[in-house]
Design a protein around this ligand. Sequence first.
Ligand code: GDP
Length: 341
Amino acid sequence: HMMFDQLSAALTEVAQNFGGKQRMTENAIAPALKSVRRALLDADVNLDVATALIDGVKRRSLGNEVIKGVTAEQMFVKAMYDELLDMMGGEVTPDSSTQINLYSPVSTLAYNSSSSTNKPTVILLAGLQGAGKTTAAGKLALYLQEREVDPDAVSLMSETEQKSTLASKLPKRKRKVLLVAADVYRPAAIEQLQILGKQVNVEVFTLGSDVDPAIIATEAVEYAKTNGYDTVLVDTAGRQVVDEELMEELRRVKKAVEPEETLLVVDAMTGQAAAFLTASFDNAVGITGAILTKADGDSRGGAAVSIRGVSGKPIKFVGVGEKTEDLEPFYPDRMASRILG
Ligand code: GDP
């Protein structure tokens, strides 16, 4: 399944437009840029982001000799790829912001002592109803459970890259994850999380639906400390709309547990609206990144391309299906390749 069907059609057009030209001139690339721009907007890429992308492709392409053995189309696609990559966060490196921060300063200091005194790594999940937040909680619990406890932020890069870090020299242990049901508004939310918890073999902490979410989260962290959990994943309330009450609640939960990560779950199918949603959550509560769900059903890619440009926040994971294993770290390079077909 390919995203951006429109874009690949535009690139075929690019090939035809170039013919046998030897140099990337303004005139030679103008029709191609126009097609690409149309494809980006049809894919629901944000207008400012599309404009920046087009300007970047132009800057990279103009004046370039078409080298022997490379077609103008290939060069244009390369410029397009480089721009998309930059727009989505660039190459993922061990210290880039696309990685998830599993580093809790306190637990690192006490790394070799009893884990019961440690502050666990806390991750908050937020999002609107239907975005796939509860599903993402189950998926992320499974993902984290398979990671090792590591005093460094765990890189989402290759295994070999992780192995070359200092962390590899320390004794290894898999993460022990606690899921926390802090969505007290949707009646079925707690039960849904419990079912997911069973599926991925992760304990679910709940105090029912009559307790304040900030208290639930605080108690959960205490519970985690005394029961040897090193990672706490808090499923916060989802609402139909963004309202001040929701933001205020998130701020209170955040203040109560000081999370290492606050991730907003957004639906890829909503296109650039997902990017604006990310920006407004960041402005209101401060987030560290987004989880882009339903990327498997999205043939447009507007959300993936726009989120970072509009909100300044990276996408950290992508949901690619309904099953608990359908979660992948977000690699801008892979997404750029996928977009270009
Ligand atoms: P919440 O209201 O945000 O907690 O949403 P849910 O987790 O209940 O998910 C809403 C619907 O989206 C469910 O039917 C999920 O199976 C579906 N869903 C969630 N994530 C994905 C995904 O990555 N891909 C697909 N295809 N469906 C998803």
